[in-house]
Design a protein around this ligand. Structure first.
Ligand SMILES: [Ca+2]
Length: 165
């Protein structure tokens, strides 16, 4: 029994070490040099959204082309959808938190609204050269230029609330 516990403990420590090394390698492979945006300035671009929350004074972002490179390797879209436990809200907060945790980018927000007639959560990316609405379950995105809805994957994504954190 003692030996089994030792093996489990060793396995856990190895797993954590691998995660740390992997995260560090991934970040250093991108050479990210973010631009700083004042929160108040950023939210001005979302005047057509009924409600917006932001928690930070300064926001760090990069150009769309660099965001695309990150999205292409990020594995959020490969995660399995599980009703309630890992559904649209979890995908969205997970993706946004991963961007802050792994790359120091807090300009990926979470949007609550509707996809067609159904309640839905998804992401908003405030890049230094544009704004995108992202479906984190599929990595599809579309330009946001104003208003409170976009057409993405042939569906209307409408936004009631955005939070940047
Ligand atoms: Ca959930």
């Amino acid at each position: 029994m003692a030996k089994e516990q030792d093996v489990s403990l060793l396995g856990r420590r190895l797993a954590v070490s691998l995660l740390k090394v992997g995260a560090s390698l991934l970040k250093s492979s991108f050479n990210i040099e973010p631009e700083i945006i004042v929160g108040q300035e950023m939210v001005r671009k979302f005047q057509d959204i009924p409600s917006i929350s932001y928690s930070d004074r300064q926001y760090y972002s990069i150009p769309l082309a660099k965001w695309k490179e990150i999205i292409d390797v990020d594995w959020t879209n490969h995660k399995k959808y599980i009703v309630d436990r890992f559904d649209c809200d979890n995908f969205s907060f997970y993706f946004a938190s991963s961007m802050a945790m792994q790359f120091g980018l807090n300009t990926c927000g979470v949007a609550y609204g509707k996809m067609g007639d159904e309640g839905h959560a998804f992401n908003v990316i405030y890049a230094t050269d544009g704004i995108k609405i992202l479906e984190p379950q599929t990595d599809d995105w579309v330009d946001y230029t104003g208003g409170n809805s976009v057409t993405l994957r042939g569906k209307t994504y409408s936004i009631n609330w955005i939070i940047f954190f």
